[in-house]
Design a binder for this molecule. Structure first.
Ligand SMILES: *Cc1c(COP(=O)(O)O)cnc(C)c1O
Length: 481
């Protein structure tokens, strides 16, 4: 929620109070340099004891509510028929309107089940944009992802409120080209994680659903950030300016054949799920559930997680909770813009994204600008972000790098975790780094896994820019922080 101060300045304000805290540690620049070296210049390989603000991801890192923790205490430990499952099923029915529920241990597990059940070799899956794990599961099932976003979706400096929209004409062309039999489903991701947490509009979803329905193709909705997408629809699409978050969600779900989500994001908890009202589709997925996840009443989650998700799903429809991340992200983005740092606009749903191609305009993509910038941000601040660029793309069949459409450093804002002074600290250090951007050099792979290489890949700086950056920091700020 935002409040307006007497000066006219608008700031996001926390609609919660702190009940439990965890100590953090701010390592010195010398320690940060040592830690990132040990991590192979890959922020995934840092230990949290070396991280001050963990802005790697909003996945599983959000603060939970007292009600969620309370629910976890009364979970019903049972392999089959757990009461906790029925509480989650009730939440899914009430919030999302679906009758059939398939729990899964997290979002990618839901993607695995969907790919197993529906994607055949040679198939194509049109989507507004891919997510790393979605693409991996479609690829592993022998299919191909087709990204059919609208022109302008990849412009990082933009005022387009719905960069996550799918292009309906491109969808029609894909259906004409590949034929219905090779399109197991059309996937809409709310909000598009890799292009900066950008939402799609209700009008767009309705249009895409109409085209898909006309050809009998199911619409799959990745709702990992559904409450943020619903909040943006309420804020940015005039038809919904007076609607509640629940009303927007209910309207969204009218267009959905299969819903799935990572429960680690919007629902501020753990886990994942698939839900539908289509019995036939449900029955196609169900047999795979115990093979890969677990029995149908826990799906690989502990019953404590099932309980936390049941509460989290309801809580994400509360206005001040749905807006809690997005309003801080908007503030973060506006502040960096004020300081002249190139960021993705308009602000999205999960993070503040720095545009590494504009931050480091002379660095070729072959030297991984977003990866280098993520490491540099860590050296400059102890803030851990995530590379979302070419490192996050795996090589093609010929072994060539696939240059990413965008080179972004994502500074995720886990919901209700950090405060205004944390955001101001991150803004200040990124601004400082921007002033010294000419110091930052590229990276090269030292160890490179074949799939999802960004997780475990190890890199080395080209030259000694890490040392130079740490030395510049010490010159400006002294020996400590
Ligand atoms: C995080 C995420 C996933 C994968 O979910 P996990 O719980 O991390 O496995 C899938 N889709 C989107 C849009 C996501 O943001």
């Amino acid at each position: 929620m935002n409040v307006t101060l007497s000066t006219g300045k608008v700031i996001p304000i926390e609609m919660h109070k702190v009940k439990i805290v965890q100590q953090t540690n701010l390592p010195s620049a010398a320690q940060r340099l040592e830690a990132i070296r040990e991590a192979g210049y890959n922020t995934f390989l840092l230990r949290t004891r070396d991280v001050f603000l963990d802005m790697l991801t909003d996945s599983g890192t959000n603060a939970m509510s007292d009600n969620q923790l309370g629910a976890m205490m009364v979970s019903d430990e049972a392999y089959a028929g757990s009461e906790s499952f029925y509480k989650l099923a009730d939440s899914v029915k009430e919030v999302l309107g679906f009758q059939y529920l398939l729990p899964a241990h997290q979002g990618r597990a839901a993607e695995h089940l969907l790919a197993k059940a529906f994607v055949k070799p040679g198939d194509v899956v049109p989507m507004n944009y891919h997510f790393t794990t979605t693409k991996a599961h479609v690829d592993l099932a022998g299919g191909k992802v087709l990204e059919i976003f609208k022109d302008g979706a990849l412009e990082t400096a933009s005022s387009n409120p719905f960069k996550g929209n799918m292009d309906p004409d491109k969808l029609k062309a894909v259906i004409a080209q590949y034929g219905v039999e090779h399109i197991p489903y059309v996937r809409m991701e709310a909000t598009t994680n890799l292009i900066g947490g950008q939402p799609f509009s209700m009008a767009n979803l309705r249009e895409i659903k109409a085209i898909a329905s006309q050809h009998g193709i199911p619409l799959v909705f990745d709702g990992s950030l559904i409450s943020e997408n619903a909040y943006f629809i309420q804020q940015r699409e005039p038809e919904f300016k007076d609607a509640t978050i629940q009303q927007v969600i209910t309207e969204l779900m009218k267009n959905v054949d299969i819903f799935y989500m990572s429960g680690r994001k919007s629902a501020a908890a753990r886990g994942g799920l698939i839900a539908t009202n289509n019995k036939k589709l449900y029955e196609q997925i169900l047999p795979w559930l115990p093979v890969y996840e677990g029995f149908s009443t826990y799906g690989g989650m502990s019953t404590k997680e099932v309980e936390a998700m049941a509460v989290g799903l309801r809580e994400m429809t509360i206005q001040s909770i749905a807006s809690s991340g997005a309003d801080f992200i908007a503030y973060f983005v506006r502040r960096l813009e004020e300081e002249g740092v190139p960021v993705v606009t308009p602000p999205g749903g999960l993070a503040c994204h720095i545009d590494a191609m504009r931050f480091l305009p002379n660095m070729p993509q072959a030297q991984y600008p977003a990866g280098a910038l993520a490491a540099a941000v860590y050296i400059a601040s102890g803030v851990r972000g995530m590379e979302r660029g070419t490192v996050s793309m795996d090589r093609d069949e010929q072994g060539n790098d696939v240059p990413s459409d965008l080179e972004l450093v994502r500074l995720a804002v886990p919901r209700r975790l950090y405060t205004m002074s944390h955001i101001e600290y991150a803004v200040d250090r990124v601004k400082w780094l921007y002033g010294l951007r000419n110091l930052i050099g590229g990276l090269q792979f030292v160890e490179e896994p074949p799939v999802l290489r960004f997780f475990f890949g190890r890199m080395a700086p080209i030259g000694d820019w890490g040392e130079k950056l740490a030395a510049a920091f010490q010159a400006d700020f002294g020996d400590t922080f």
